[in-house]
Structure formats: C-alpha cells, structure tokens
Design a protein around this ligand. Structure first.
Ligand code: SAM
Length: 290
C-alpha cells in the first residue's frame, strides 16, 4: 500500500469507535513489537549493554513507551531490578497473563532470573509481584515519579512519538527523576512510520501538528538528530555516545519536502535512526557522534 493510502486508511480507522486492543488484534494499529518476547529481549539486552550494565541488581528502572506489552517489567525483574516504572501515553499493553507466562521460559533460557508467575491471576498481580508500576498518562505520569529515584532509563522507538510541544518537558522530567550519575539509553527512529522513508517531511509543521492529524496513528514529531541532541543537552543531560545509521540515499527528493526540512544538510536528513546514551550531571564526557 503506498504511503498516502496508509495515511488515508489510518485517518479513517482511527475514527471508528473500537477499542485499541481490538485494533491491535486485527493488526490495524500496533504500538511497536514488545509483545514478541524475542524482540523485547533483544531490545532490553541491547540497551543494557550500551549502558555498560551487566545487571540491574537493586536498581530502580524506567522504560518510556513500553507499547503493547508489560514484558519489560519481567525483563527488569529478571535482571535484578528492585522497582520498575513503565510509562506510556495510554493503556496499550496486553493484559492476558497467559501471554506473559509463556514469555518467562524464554527469559529464563536467555539467562535472566525471572520469577515464575504461575500463581498469578491478573496483570495487576503480575506487576505487583515484579514491584512494577504501569503508568499511562505520559508526561503527567512522569511528573508523579520522585526526584532522583531512578537508576536506569531506556526507550525504544518512543522519543520520536512524543508530541513536539511536550518533548522538552518530557526530557526535563526524565532528567529530574534520574539519580545523579545514572544513565539513559534511547533508540530514536527518524524514518516516517508509513514506509520507512521520509514522507512525513512533505508536510508543513502547521498542518502536521494539528490534533486531528497527529492523533491518527502515524504521528512522529519529525525532530532531527541534531535538534534532539541539542534539546537533551538543554534538559541537563551529558551526551555520552551517539551511534547513527543512515539512508544509502535520501529516500525522497528535497523539493518534495516542506521548506522547513528541505534545506537541512545531508548529514542530518540522511540519518534513519540513532542510539544515544545520556548521563545525568556526569563529569565531562567526550561526545562521540558516529
Ligand atoms: C512505536 S511504539 C514503541 C513501543 C515499544 N517501545 C517497542 O519498541 O515496541 C511508541 C510508543 O511510545 C508511546 N508514547 C508516545 N508518546 C509518549 C509519551 N509522551 N510518553 C510515553 N510514551 C509515549 C506510545 O504510546 C507507544 O507505546
């Protein structure tokens, strides 16, 4: 289906009054792939290793934007976390405990010390056994987490979805809740969420940010890497490391892009996505952008 047809379909589907869980089951809308335990494990272990952490023993952790699944609560507990916050902008995670029961054996096979949830009846009980909280009011939820309480933060394909008007405040809150010296690992996907391209840059900001458009299931804030890194610095973070991957060639011609993007240099427009490791008020770190 071409990108513009996907936009039309999402505009229509998002207006049908059906619950998100039904849409997700039909495959019409999904908030990522965390319901796939292999994907969740890979993402989690990648963020841990990028952060130089071999375990989370005794740590409090926070995942921003867990999407379709509460799996990260099990993963964090299995890695030794004492407490976990899962913060999303809506209640999208599967609640059937059976799904999670099936995931535990995969986690144990991967070497995590994940406790059995055989005796658990509901996802709330499961969360409580993991000492995890699933908070679904985005920025407002972050604001309820105490200062200097979190040892490790991670997110996968989330920061590009935070509405541009909430982006800085979200970073400020993430910085506030982290303990001094703690690290955060984020993967940011800068492709459009239509065709793994840059079709989203065709639209003017004024049009793209209208609520009826932005709430239709394909929104990304379209901030480019340099702008995101600048805002992370402004929020108080030290940028420890950035690893980027690039398009081979720009996927759409510049003259098809809105004026605010068309004149950005290739170095910026060519970035498909990047991983960034942040530290709260660490000592001076060399900034390595690759
Ligand atoms: C593409 S999904 C990624 C989900 C998951 N991390 C994964 O890798 O499968 C983006 C997620 O970001 C969440 N999100 C968007 N804005 C957010 C915000 N302001 N605060 C927290 N989560 C947000 C969405 O609700 C969604 O769950």
């Amino acid at each position: 289906m071409p990108w513009w047809a996907k936009i039309c379909a999402k505009l229509l589907l998002s207006r049908i009054p059906v619950s998100y869980s039904l849409f997700a089951r039909l495959g019409a809308f999904r908030h990522g792939q965390m319901a796939n335990v292999d994907y969740a494990l890979e993402v989690f272990q990648d963020h841990l290793s990028r952060s130089g952490l071999s375990s989370l023993t005794g740590m409090t952790c926070l995942e921003l934007g867990p999407g379709d699944s509460l799996t990260s609560a099990l993963l964090a507990k299995g890695a030794g976390a004492s407490q976990t916050f899962l913060v999303d902008a809506g209640s999208f995670a599967q609640v059937e405990v059976e799904v999670y029961r099936r995931q535990v054996s995969a986690m144990v096979a991967a070497g995590l010390d994940c406790p059995s949830i055989d005796g658990v009846q509901t996802s709330d009980e499961m969360l409580s056994q993991m000492n995890a909280q699933y908070l679904v009011d985005g920025l407002a939820s972050l604001r309820n987490i105490p200062d200097n309480s979190v040892d490790f933060v991670w997110s996968q394909a989330v920061l590009e979805h935070v509405r541009v008007g909430e982006f800085d405040d979200t970073l400020v809150e993430l910085h506030r809740v982290m303990k001094v010296g703690s690290v955060a690992s984020h993967r940011v996907d800068l492709q459009d969420h239509l065709d793994h391209s840059l079709h989203n840059l065709r639209f003017s900001t004024e049009f793209w940010e209208r609520d009826w458009w932005a709430n239709s299931g394909f929104y990304t804030n379209r901030l480019r890497r340099a702008e995101i890194l600048r805002r992370m610095g402004d929020a108080g973070f030290s940028i420890v490391e950035v690893c980027s991957d690039r398009f081979l060639n720009l996927p759409i011609p510049r003259n098809k892009m809105a004026p605010e993007f068309r004149d950005l240099d290739d170095e910026e427009l060519g970035v498909r996505g990047f991983n960034v490791l942040l530290k709260k008020n660490g000592e001076a770190h060399e900034q390595a952008i690759g």
